[in-house]
Design a binder for this molecule. Structure first.
Ligand code: NAD
Length: 321
């Protein structure tokens, strides 16, 4: 059994590796070759923790496993990150445990890959301005992956806690792209692509604030009740998702669907666009919205890539298990 510790992940996987792994598994999901098992998430009544696991199987890559972990709100005081996760991969032919991989950085990388994939397939080719709503831990990863994916000429950002926007400004500066903190009216009016990555439970961006042709990657809503954009904006858009079942229950689309503004059957799996069975954007004026809820198969795909890279680099611990 191979062990790839958390500390080895940085430097092991490139953004391109993560992008390719997530793109492959989204495509496999749309071909019905890969599927996620029901998610378990429980408050364990200890340390204020939320614990659970996400599991799945991709028959195309024979990737079988689970990501286990959750949220421990007091970890910061112990010098640990509040979100903790570990991936276990199993041999699809024998059920033996194949690998244990640190899952914290992988979670950030696979989430960033998802919004970048949506930009590749759904944003207008002539998009110039990227809008960022949110400036926490995950926003930095989304911004880097978006700048890797598309030649944006400018970044505008808004965050409820404006003092946090400096970190995004630094990333943009590293890439030689100008960054400006703006209000939501300006962000919506200027951005061609908008990434939302906050822990908000109430709509931040309104339908009236964005312009035709915008692509939105809504990445923060991954739990029942979370919401980043007005339900009216979701219903005005053509909606794509990593997985429709999660989109309508825990994703950004949950509110529009619950209010009868959007039909579940109207939501398109992004994998269908990757596979070419759905054309994706159909006009320059169309508003597209990717509801990235985060599926277990994304974790397994990047973990599997990390194992491959660790073996190639000779840094994987191989233990008799
Ligand atoms: P974080 O705690 O580091 O940052 C939270 C961000 O939300 C900050 O920008 C903060 O200013 C903002 N915020 C907090 N309360 C707000 C409110 N009431 N209204 C508007 N903004 C508010 O968290 P993070 O790790 O950056 O994660 C951000 C979100 O993304 C979380 O909801 C998290 O669960 C989600 N997430 C989703 C995926 C996925 O696959 N879709 C993966 C990882 C994280």
């Amino acid at each position: 059994m191979i062990i790839v510790p958390e500390r080895s992940i940085a430097g092991l996987l490139s953004a391109a590796d993560c992008f390719a792994a997530v793109e492959q598994v989204f495509a496999s999901m749309a071909r019905k070759s890969a599927y996620n098992f029901p998610v378990i998430r429980e408050a364990i009544g200890h340390a204020g923790a939320l614990y659970g696991f996400k599991s799945g199987f991709d028959r195309e890559s024979l990737t079988l496993g689970l990501k286990s972990g959750g949220f421990w709100p007091s970890n910061m005081t112990k010098g640990l990150t509040n979100h903790q996760s570990t991936v276990l991969l199993f041999d699809a032919d024998t059920g033996q445990c194949r690998a244990v991989i640190g899952g914290n950085l992988l979670t950030a990388l696979r989430t960033a890959a998802a919004s970048a994939i949506s930009i590749k397939y759904l944003a207008r080719d002539d998009a110039k301005v990227l809008g960022m709503i949110g400036a926490g831990h995950q926003a930095a990863f989304q911004l880097r992956a978006a700048l890797d994916q598309h030649p944006f000429e400018r970044v505008v950002g808004w965050n409820l806690h404006a003092e946090m926007l400096g970190s995004l400004g630094e990333i943009a500066a590293e890439r030689g792209v100008p960054f400006e903190a703006v209000d939501l009216d300006r962000l919506g009016a200027e951005a061609d692509v908008i990434i939302t990555i906050t822990s908000s439970f109430a709509p931040i961006l309104k339908a009236a604030q964005i312009k035709p042709g915008t692509h939105l990657a809504c990445m923060g809503s991954d739990t029942k009740g979370k919401q980043e954009v007005e339900a009216k904006l979701v219903s005005a858009a053509t909606v794509f998702a990593d997985e429709v079942a999660q989109s309508v229950t825990i994703g950004e689309a949950q509110h529009a669907v619950a209010q009868g503004l959007l039909a579940e059957v109207a939501i398109i799996e992004i994998g269908a666009v990757i596979n070419g069975t759905h054309p994706g954007r159909s006009s320059a004026e169309q508003i597209t919205l990717f509801d990235g809820t985060g599926v277990g198969l994304q974790d397994l795909a990047v973990a599997s890539a990390a194992v491959e890279r660790a073996v190639e680099a000779g840094i994987a611990f191989d233990v008799d298990f």
